[in-house]
Design a protein around this ligand. Structure first.
Ligand code: UDP
Length: 309
């Protein structure tokens, strides 16, 4: 296959580039490097099946030649980034999705959308199945991401129904691993960076809010299976093992051998109180479930943070 990955220089995008190159495919990464980094894909340039295009995906996309799949993974993805780049976040989810869908249609390619558990907002049901419509504040600070992704899902379904193109809508739950930006503001990189520096670990609120964390290699396996499936409706991909943010802070402190204090800071606006994927659909239809235990994934991530300090 020849595959285009928007956001290919980002955390998840770069792992996807690597996976599909390893499988013998040709991969083109497209990225404007707003939150992505060439360091993430540096090792791929020696592969003659890899190409990189520096482009903002909200502008008209021209890619010469055949394409079998367009994977739209470009977007800021951390609440801190949404605050810094609210309009680029809206644009890449809305206008960027439109451009990427137009390209997929033109090439007769399968389109995959990196959607998100944020489409469920601050959910009132736990765990969240794909059939749940969500509880989202459209005008809050996270609304720029949540609503852009909801629009993107609507757009992908419209292209599927109206233009009959194949779409894959992947709802990604919290994912962590190597190549996360240390300064991206999310819990895992913040806690690891703070613990390794012996600085206070900043838990927001009282730390009783929950998340369910999926290690990057498990997510990539799920993506690979979803792409090859015939499922055009949304599929949750995430790890259903739920823990509180306080537990996460304590686990990371333990694994780093740090003596950092845990301190409490105000909870950001609209911070979801609970989040856990119902992965029945992925289990049954993709024969997928996560394999990497939290402690093992965190150890690998901590090693990466130490090596790239
Ligand atoms: N969080 C925290 N301390 C930090 C960063 C994040 O307590 O330094 C909390 C955040 O308020 C949220 C959870 O950790 O409740 C996960 O946040 P993250 O930014 O990783 O992702 P989210 O799931 O909110 O998109």
């Amino acid at each position: 296959m020849r595959i285009l990955i928007t956001g290919g220089a980002g955390f998840i995008g770069s792992h996807l580039c690597e996976r599909f190159l390893d499988q013998g495919h040709r991969v083109t990464a497209m990225d404007n490097l707003l939150t992505g980094s060439l360091a993430n894909i540096e090792s791929l340039f020696k592969n003659d099946r890899f190409t990189f295009i520096k482009q903002d995906v909200t502008q008209f996309i021209h890619v010469p030649g055949r394409l079998d799949a367009v994977l739209h993974f470009a977007s800021p993805a951390s609440p801190v980034d949404y605050a810094h780049y609210p309009i680029p976040t809206l644009k890449v989810g809305a206008l960027g999705t439109h451009k990427a869908l137009g390209l997929a249609k033109d090439k007769g390619a399968t389109f995959m959308l990196a959607s998100t558990s944020e489409v469920y907002g601050d959910p009132e049901v736990n765990p969240q199945p794909e059939s749940y419509w969500g509880h989202v504040n459209p005008i809050g600070p996270r609304g720029v991401y949540d609503e852009a992704k909801r629009f993107a899902e609507a757009m992908a379904m419209a292209y599927h129904r109206f233009h009959k193109i194949q779409v894959r809508i992947l709802r990604i739950f919290n994912t962590y691993g190597e190549r996360m930006r240390k300064q991206d503001g999310r819990a895992v990189p913040n806690f690891i960076t703070q613990a390794l520096a012996g600085k206070p670990i900043t838990v927001y609120g009282d730390g009783s809010q929950t998340r369910s964390l999926c290690y990057i290699s498990d997510l990539v396996d799920g993506i690979d299976r979803l792409l090859r499936s015939g499922i055009n409706s949304p599929v949750n991909v995430g790890n259903p093992q739920e823990l509180t943010i306080r537990e996460l802070a304590e686990t990371i402190r333990g694994l780093t051998g740090s003596r950092s204090k845990i301190i409490y800071k105000p909870l950001p606006v609209d911070d979801p109180k609970q989040r856990r994927p119902d992965i029945t659909l992925a289990r049954n239809k993709l024969r997928w479930s996560p394999k990497v235990a939290l402690r093992d994934g965190l150890k690998r991530t901590i090693k990466y943070f130490l090596e790239t300090r």
